[in-house]
Design a protein around this ligand. Sequence first.
Ligand code: ADP
Length: 394
Amino acid sequence: MTDTILVINAGSSSIKFYLYDIDGAQELAPRLGGQLEGIGTSHPKLRVRDAAGQTLVEREIAPGHAPDVPNAQEVVGTWLSGHLGGAPLAVGHRVVHGGPELSEPVLIDDAILAKLDTFTPLAPLHQPNNLAPIRVIRERRPWIPQVACFDTAFHRSHSDVADRYALPERLYQQGVRRYGFHGLSYEYIAQRLRKALPDIADGKIIAAHLGSGVSACAMHHGKSVDSTMGFTALEGLPMGTRPGRLDPGVVLWMMERGMNHDEIEHLLYHDCGMKGLSGISNDMRELLASDAPSAKLALQYFAWRVAEGMIGLACAMNGVDGIVFTAGVGENSAEIRQAISEHWGWLGIKLDPERNARHGPRISADDSRIGVYVVRTNEELIIAQHTLALVRQR
Ligand code: ADP
């Protein structure tokens, strides 16, 4: 039986999983990818496809079998062990928060798990769901090594200045820091640039992860220098359902109006961003297809504020050698990339319409002062690579 690495990315309503074969040359070859979605709803569904995109399974799961993430993980685990006829060599997990110190993936033991629990207040919506499958696997198959890979880790190379808000030092010491997120995606971009665009890979790069969550990262010599996201995944650029930049006075105003913590939290994570501004949807495809003035307003807001936030990162590096778009919107929407780039016309940045329509890799015109590129992200592969490397070290 070929050894495999399993990668798990668990959220509140879905578990995504990816299986990689470790081939003879120690390379990782994708074997299958799946998702159990609708956790906690009346119609959870398991869908798995092989590397060629052929459906291996697509079926409804009885709601009683997937009322929460731990039970859903059982369903996934049972299907996988039936399909594989064994267990993976190791499991790598996406864990959103590694706190102030963890700058590398780690093998999980009880002490690490207890430490990761303490970061739950810093990422209340993500961290518990990320940790739930780890617990289930430790309980049911304790012999399988598990590795946690953090969205914050790539940003631990930030300077003291980039790590801070202009707040009293004691708050910094208590953990109020600019952690930054989407680090696994940026780490992949840095790795990919070395292969695909070696001329700029060591240069000053502004990369923008435009998915349901949205952020941008300044990278120099392949390391993160600054991020538009900070203490939580709310800061910075506008997102599908999160506002991005916001005067903290707005939160004080909401509190004064009697909204409690949970109501404000729900509003900020689920009802703002493109969804709140358009009143239509958080999905860019729907907004692009809509004639409603509020959809146009939301798209204009997105392009303007994303353009502003991305180019502002140039200050962290005193220059830019290349700009990279990635994730759902960044990889697939020529229209939104064009709308963002129009705010940079004064800098001599120009897209080539045909290259942009083909989704790159290079989308800028030959006479653009700075090259603009589309690079498909692959966070799962980064997790699989780290997991294999740590298991090998052991
Ligand atoms: P996640 O952060 O959930 O992993 P993705 O990176 O897959 O998200 O991005 C999801 C978003 O990408 C969707 O909400 C949708 O708005 C957007 N998207 C996907 N395809 C397109 C497209 N062709 N045009 C515009 N937006 C798209």
